[in-house]
Ligand binder design. Structure first.
Ligand code: PNS
Length: 159
């Protein structure tokens, strides 16, 4: 089974890493796809986000690539049997359930959900970036929530 895990990964967190590690137990091939969307203004470029994922996932056999355009088309092109999304909160489920329906309609590919590990349920790249912008000296408080390379990249960017 080829499983595709798409996301913004701006930057990758331990929540993402946990989902990827757990999915590698049942996926024959695990593709991690970084959204490169010119309309969004991520903190890190697609190349930087791919690089941070490569450092965080160096002990897994996940394949990492950037993609643009419709996820459904990219998933078809890569021969994915399933799209994987992690769920932290009921709010995530409401959003993801609808995306799954649209992606299924566009591609015929099922979406599967993995619940976030309890210790990472609150982890959010957006909230970490917000705190980092306001006070970069507090980033060390998030060390357990981020792979070392993501923490270092945030410290470099905001200090
Ligand atoms: O990590 P995120 O920001 O929650 O990931 C969102 C992502 C990349 C999965 C979503 O924005 C996406 O699939 N974008 C690609 C464009 C697309 O296909 N949109 C859905 C149309 S039905």
């Amino acid at each position: 089974m080829t499983v595709l895990f798409p996301g913004s990964f701006d930057p990758v967190t331990m929540g993402h890493v946990s989902v990827i590690r757990r999915a590698s137990a049942f996926a024959d091939r695990l593709l991690v796809a970084v959204l490169d969307n010119p309309d969004k203004t991520p903190l890190f470029s697609a190349e930087e986000r791919v690089q941070l994922l490569q450092e965080a996932l160096c002990h897994t056999n996940a394949e990492i690539e950037a993609f643009s355009g419709l996820l459904a088309d990219y998933a078809r092109q890569k021969g994915a049997n399933a799209i994987l999304r992690g769920l932290r909160t009921p709010g995530d489920f409401e959003r993801e359930y609808r995306y799954a329906a649209y992606n299924g309609r566009l591609s015929g590919i099922e979406t599967i959900f993995l619940p976030a590990a309890p210790e990472f349920v609150h982890v959010s790249s957006s909230i970490i970036k917000e705190a980092a912008r306001l006070d970069p000296t507090r980033l060390a408080a998030f060390a357990e929530l981020l792979p070392p390379a993501s923490l270092a990249a945030l410290q470099k960017t905001f200090s």
